[in-house]
Design a protein around this ligand. Structure first.
Ligand code: ZZB
Length: 258
């Protein structure tokens, strides 16, 4: 499975994260790395998700940059020559996802780039980097999770102002218009991120409709089909140093059907 590793720069740690990490990463740039299959949707990022009980590590990439992701992902990156020295995993520090909530980050290519780290129940530690970038216009999981956070901010320990009020349109499809994920949430009567079965179905439908029927509504490739725009946006992000190719070893992941 070839993902795009999106570099989401930390601009201000939450107080809990600062207490653990500030000295360790002083003078360095830290990027939370999100693995995505939908680089063309990066314009509509509204936040970044972590799992609260997942442990994340900080791993040096070179002299100046540090990546934040699961140890498992860092190991894959080391073997893919993404981090240096190759084949070596050097963990600078470890932190629980719960402490990262409220950290301010910069989402590359996003129309509103200054966003926050928020909690999601269904982040898998065993997939991608354990960091998920959130695009509620086109990802039903992201939209459902944000509905939960808006309904119960105290329960989820988030400040309401960290949660984007509305998704940002990115692409349009004949069946669902510019808000594919919200339309599917309504159609399948999904109430929350706990409706995992219906969400899996919604995700499959959103992928298919977006990929085969979608047209870009925003960005440099506005008007192009999603199929054409996807590699172009990805290429641009990589060229600008905002993303990189990240592969998940075969056989260790449960790939989506198709
Ligand atoms: C942005 C995005 C925008 C995504 C979208 C999807 C959609 P898959 O298909 O099952 O391989 N993801 C990545 N890592 C994790 C993780 N560890 N735990 C939970 N979710 C994760 O899933 C790949 C997608 O699942 C990734 O692409 C990421 O969310 C999320 F508009 O990134 B995506 C219809 C989906 N739309």
């Amino acid at each position: 499975q070839e993902y795009t590793g999106v570099k989401i720069e930390v601009t201000e740690w939450s107080p809990e994260a600062a207490a653990v990490l500030k000295d360790v990463v002083a003078g360095k740039k830290v990027y939370m790395v999100a693995a995505t299959l939908r680089p063309e949707t990066m314009y509509g990022q509204t936040n970044c998700f972590v799992g609260t009980s997942i442990k994340y590590g900080l791993f040096p990439v070179n002299e100046t940059d540090v990546y934040l992701c699961t140890h498992r992902a860092a190991r894959n990156m080391a073997f893919q020559g993404i981090t240096t020295p190759a084949h070596q995993v050097n963990q600078l520090a470890e932190i629980e996802g719960s402490k990262l909530i409220g950290t301010k980050v910069k989402a590359p290519f996003a129309i509103n780039p200054d966003v926050y780290v928020l909690p999601m129940d269904n982040v898998l530690a065993t997939k991608g980097t354990g960091v998920v970038t959130s695009v509620p216009s086109d990802s039903p999981d992201d939209y459902a999770t944000l509905m939960d956070l808006k309904k119960k901010p105290e329960f989820y320990k988030v400040k309401p102002e960290w949660v984007a009020p509305e998704p940002i349109p990115v692409l349009s499809t004949p069946t669902y218009g510019e808000m594919t994920a919200p339309a599917l949430i309504q159609k399948l009567k999904i109430q929350s991120q706990k409706d995992v079965k219906q969400l899996a179905e919604a995700k499959e439908l959103a992928y298919k409709e977006g990929f085969y029927q979608g047209t870009m509504s925003v960005g440099e490739f506005k008007g192009l089909s999603v199929q054409e725009a996807k590699p172009k946006v990805r290429g641009k992000m990589i060229e600008e140093g905002l993303a990189f190719a990240y592969c998940e070893p075969e056989g260790l992941v449960i790939s989506r059907s198709g």
